[in-house]
Ligand binder design. Structure first.
Ligand SMILES: [Zn+2]
Ligand SMILES: [Zn+2]
Length: 348
């Protein structure tokens, strides 16, 4: 194997670059080295690029959503061997600390969101996965890379968000910002109302059964439209994933009294909770980062395997690592209706 590989590095000050970096090596007996065959650019990468993720470290290889081939395992790795096909969780977690034992792996004392943030991530040819037995999930033979690539991050986030939203059958659900909240549908809501600013994304969601009602908030007043759809009452559950000042305000305004508001967005600045206007709405807010624990990852893989979750519609762009800088530009500016840019291996 060569000594160096190509990788996307966060340089600080709004800059990322495709560079030559040393090949990763096993540093701890619980590590695995994985050859990346498919990875993605995530909006969190853009947040790091623009300096709005305080925990991110400069000079780190970006990327935290990927699959696939184990090429080496440390001596303490029990569940995986060379040649296994795996998806990898965005989070690094030990499985034994207080938080892990309670399922809150995002706050693991040994990790949390590490890959592509504080330690080298997957927008590269190879990646070192710490505590591999916890963070990796086997991909069944007949599940394609394209179907498994989002397991560890956006699907885990959607799955987790839906679970903390305590959805009940026949709920009316508002989702602000397109995201793979596919699990929402598994709770049999009466309707899912999706708010976004882009007709292409809205139609994509509707055509693929992710939303029943679509509202373009750049063309009509979303709050008025939501109230019309909910007999003036507001939604039973609201999921805010867009991460803007306006969408945060819309989230609590769109909720009916005693609804649940789930906020899974990353914001660039503090948000205001106007309690004087919210008096009487009795709203619990649930916020935070995904607890993408091993059980979730395995459940999601089963749902993918049985076609109850299908994310293939989100892959609008696919190109080798050679073109990744163009990928950042296209994804960030949503050029050519880009929803997800996925990265195939570097071509020499
Ligand atoms: Zn992400
Ligand atoms: Zn832990």
């Amino acid at each position: 194997m060569a000594d160096t590989m190509k990788a996307v590095v966060y340089k600080g000050h709004g800059e990322v670059a495709l560079e030559d970096r040393p090949m990763p090596v096993i540093k701890d007996e619980r590590d695995a080295i994985v050859r990346v065959t498919l990875s993605s650019i995530c909006s969190s990468d853009l947040h790091i690029k623009h300096g709005t993720v305080p925990r991110a470290k400069e000079d780190t290889i970006l990327g935290h959503e990927f699959v696939r081939e184990v090429v080496e395992v440390g001596s303490a790795v029990k569940k995986f061997k060379k040649g296994d096909r795996v998806s990898v969780s965005v989070e690094t977690f030990c499985g034994t600390c207080f938080f892990c034992r309670n399922g809150f792996v995002n706050n693991c004392v040994e990790g949390g969101w590490e890959l592509g943030c504080r330690i080298d991530g997957c927008q590269a040819e190879y990646v070192r996965v710490p505590i591999a037995d916890m963070g990796m999930t086997l991909i069944p033979d007949y599940v394609k890379d394209e179907d498994a690539v989002f397991n560890g991050d956006i699907l885990a986030t959607g799955y987790w968000a839906a679970s903390i939203g305590e959805l009940k059958p026949a709920d009316t659900v508002v989702v602000i910002g397109l995201c793979p909240l596919m699990r929402v549908k598994l709770y049999s809501p009466s309707k899912v109302i999706l708010i976004d600013v882009n007709d292409y994304r809205l139609n994509l969601a509707k055509e693929n059964g992710l939303a029943d009602i679509i509202i373009n908030s750049s063309k009509e007043d979303p709050l008025e439209a939501i109230m019309k759809e909910t007999n003036g009452r507001g939604a039973d559950r609201v999921f805010e994933v867009a991460g803007l000042k306006s969408t945060f305000q819309l989230a609590w305004q769109a909720a009916r009294p005693n609804a649940i508001v789930v906020v899974v967005a990353l914001y660039a600045e503090p948000q205001e909770i106007p309690l004087q206007l919210m008096y009487g709405k009795n709203l619990p807010f649930k916020t935070g980062g995904v607890d993408g624990n091993s059980n979730y990852a395995e459940e999601i893989m089963k749902l993918i395997q049985t076609k109850q979750i299908d994310t293939s519609c989100l892959i609008t762009h696919k190109a080798p690592l050679n073109d990744v800088m163009r990928g950042y530009e296209v994804f960030e500016n949503k050029i050519d209706n880009c929803v997800k840019w996925v990265i195939t291996p570097y071509e020499r």
